[in-house]
Design a protein around this ligand. Structure first.
Ligand code: ZN
Ligand code: ZN
Length: 369
């Protein structure tokens, strides 16, 4: 079948396919195609081999979607006044799912907090207000309850939930970039949450019993893993959990599949998911950027952010460096930038590290200007 026809009939993103080919050879592409590909619910018409823009803000809805396309349920969320006043008092707003309602709460370290990590393009985004369709809230209640069970808590144990759309006052997500306050909140959440639960439209279709290969390609080439911010949340998570179709698995559950399946397998077998190694490289004692950049850059490739200014904030968090977006005069969206240009931009940010800088040209094999 000619490549063009194949792309049209399968909604196959040429950029995702090429990134898989480069990282996992043709064997990887075959496995990805055999599992039904990823991000097939997204619009890849504006994508090409050099970039996938399907999850960028310019190409996605600014209102949330229902769990099923034919659902017409109403919305619910914290009252805007209460959310603002809680934030202004210096408390971190979180929510509880009480009976059929969403209740606003102030974060307390004594109650387990589950943070939801997702791509804004995946239906749980609302740029007009702090509410979500009731069907989505029911789904979040179910998956966070399953997460508590996976963490070993008895049924009925109290817990709190943080998700940006319900907990960051809508005014702090400004046109042009996320506010400093919102960024500080997101950093605090990622480091204080007892667990980070990934909710993604590809991963949540998989049964828990799926193979490691299936889970690996679904996670690594999901919408969730295409965003820069989610890398920080994944690395910093004390427990990294994933919502599957019939429950919740954590990173160890998925890695243990690999250990079992790799025995006796003569096929191409994908490596472990990279989040733990990235954490030990970037968050260990005195990380040396020059030693780790080639590894880190492999996990940055294909990741995008809605505003270039936000990439500065994220790099500041990822690499513990001080960056002043004002001084860099970074504005606008990466709308027209392809993967190579994004990598060149990321390298510029990383080179400002307070740790020993990356020598020019030595580890910079992927960042052509
Ligand atoms: Zn695409
Ligand atoms: Zn609904």
């Amino acid at each position: 079948m000619p490549d063009n026809l194949d792309h049209e009939s399968t909604n196959e993103c040429p950029n995702i396919k090429e990134r898989i080919r480069q990282a996992h050879s043709e064997d990887g592409v075959r496995i990805w195609q055999a599992i039904g590909r990823t991000q097939t619910s997204k619009n890849h018409q504006n994508c090409n081999v050099a970039r996938c823009v399907a999850n960028d803000i310019a190409h996605t809805d600014d209102s949330p979607s229902h769990v099923r396309a034919d659902c017409t349920c109403g919305s619910d969320g914290p009252a805007p006044g209460e959310l603002l006043s809680l934030a202004e008092q210096g408390s971190m707003p979180v929510v509880r799912f009480d009976a059929e309602r969403v209740a606003l709460d102030a974060w307390t370290p004594d109650i387990p907090l589950i943070a939801i990590s997702h791509a804004l393009s995946d239906g749980l985004c609302n740029r007009r207000g702090n509410d979500l369709p009731q069907c989505q809230l029911r789904s979040l209640k179910e998956s966070t309850t399953a997460a508590m069970s996976r963490l070993g808590y008895p049924e009925g144990s109290p817990f709190q939930v943080w998700i940006d759309v319900l907990c960051i006052p809508a005014r702090e997500v400004q046109p042009g970039g996320t506010s400093e306050d919102a960024v500080q909140t997101m950093q605090m959440v990622a480091t204080t949450a007892w667990a980070v639960l990934v909710v993604d439209s590809d991963i949540s279709r998989l049964p828990q019993s799926c193979s490691f290969q299936h889970a690996f390609f679904s996670i690594l080439y999901s919408s969730w893993n295409s965003r820069l911010w989610t890398l920080y949340e994944a690395m910093r998570a004390k427990w990294l959990l994933f919502q599957f179709a019939d429950g919740v698995l954590d990173l160890d559950d998925i890695e243990s599949k690999r250990g079992i399946e790799i025995e006796g397998s003569s096929d191409h077998f994908p490596p472990s998911l990279p989040y733990r190694e990235l954490y030990s490289m970037l968050c260990g004692e005195d990380p040396v950027m020059a030693d780790t950049w080639s590894w880190v850059s492999a996990s940055l490739r294909g990741r995008r952010t809605n505003y270039l200014k936000d990439a500065c904030f994220i790099f500041r968090s990822l690499f513990s460096i001080s960056l002043d977006p004002g001084r860099l005069e970074v504005t606008g969206t990466p709308n027209t930038l392809d993967d190579e240009q994004m990598m060149a931009f990321y390298l510029q940010l990383a080179q400002q590290a307070t740790h020993p800088p990356i020598p020019n040209g030595i580890h910079n094999t992927n960042a052509r200007q």
